[in-house]
Design a protein around this ligand. Sequence first.
Ligand SMILES: [Zn+2]
Length: 69
Amino acid sequence: MTPCKAKLPDGKFCDNKVDEGQEFCPYHLAEQITMPKKILSVALPILGVVASAVVAAVLKQITGSSKSE
Ligand SMILES: [Zn+2]
């Protein structure tokens, strides 16, 4: 039996059983999959704010330069 590679909050390794060919127990395997989704759900709104700020800056540049011509 291979032990789960995930570490618990108290610093100990998880002692759940690991499925054959896997590095984590089913519980931590699910956590590994949901982690990128959590990061995406946090990163996407930030990216949206950055993107709209860039668009606003570009529009300002375009309208500003057209006025000066
Ligand atoms: Zn585990």
